[in-house]
Design a protein around this ligand. Sequence first.
Ligand code: PMV
Length: 356
Amino acid sequence: MEQNYLNQAYSAELPADFCGNVKWQSPSNIALVKYWGKKGKQLPQNPSISFTLSNCRTETSVAFQKAEQFHLKFTFEGRENLAFAAKIEKFLLENQRFFPFLSQLDLHIESRNTFPHSSGIASSASSMSALVMCLLDMERLAKGETEIDLQRASYFSRLASGSASRSVLPKMALWGATDAFSGSSDEYAVSLENEIHPVFKAFHDSILIVSDAQKSVSSRAGHALMEGNPYAEARYQQANANIVNLLEALKSGDLDSFIAITESEALQLHALMMCSNPSYILLKPNTLNLIQAVRQFRCETQIPICFTLDAGPNVHLLYPDAEAQKVEQFVKDKLVAYCVNSQWIDDRVGEGSSRI
Ligand code: PMV
């Protein structure tokens, strides 16, 4: 794959008047089967499956013009952000062989998130995939092509941030090679849009904000700690089995299996953190209060609702569209009490990256 994409790299001299503006949005995504542990160059130790979200997005525009040498300015929500500029520059430098045309450009990248600043929602999946879409759009213009190849977009998004590989695709995505799905790959994500029961195409994700503080341990450090984790091999086997069973549940619309696998995956992710060396805990007391309340509500009402967790304390409530009214009432009546400043984000399954 790498050689293929190197062959497609565009290095011709750009016209002196080459300039313009590209603008893309890309959503965040929430994993059901989690990617936790990597190998080689940003490759996953096990396959993962996610819902692509809709309202939690990054919007990125790039103004570009021909220049003597590469130059980058990055502003986030109107302000120059040197830390993020350094992250982008590092990604571009490490991967310049794929994008040689950039050495002739002056770029001004402007980015904003549609979700609140300090919601504790990780933005690397949405921001890095939005950036990659802009890069590929500039390359498309340079080459005079009409389309952007989504597989390529997913491949480069993965190099920037593993989970970003899934954000470019509509509805649901599978990233990581598994015998259970032909065409799956460790190098890029594939769409599950045509492999899932209609109930999942309109699923909701209400994100309950338990803490808006920055995580004490980054995902990068968390992935690295899997290397010495005594449960690592058992975890990778479990994840593979969960992929097989979840793919089946997604196809048939089996909500009971969906719920069992999704909740188990969320708790396993945090269990792995707790038994890393050094051990750490990202769950907060209100995370557990919410989990308990959700399970009790499910038991009492028989409404097929469940939770998942990202690498942080916030709780993602997942439920079918048909239950939205009842669940929203439940959130307002019972759950916002556990949220910091009563904050929650009403999100749902979405369409992946798009030009804006
Ligand atoms: O893409 P990264 O390196 O930020 O890792 C993401 C890890 C989880 O969000 C915890 C799980 C996942 O599959 O998205």
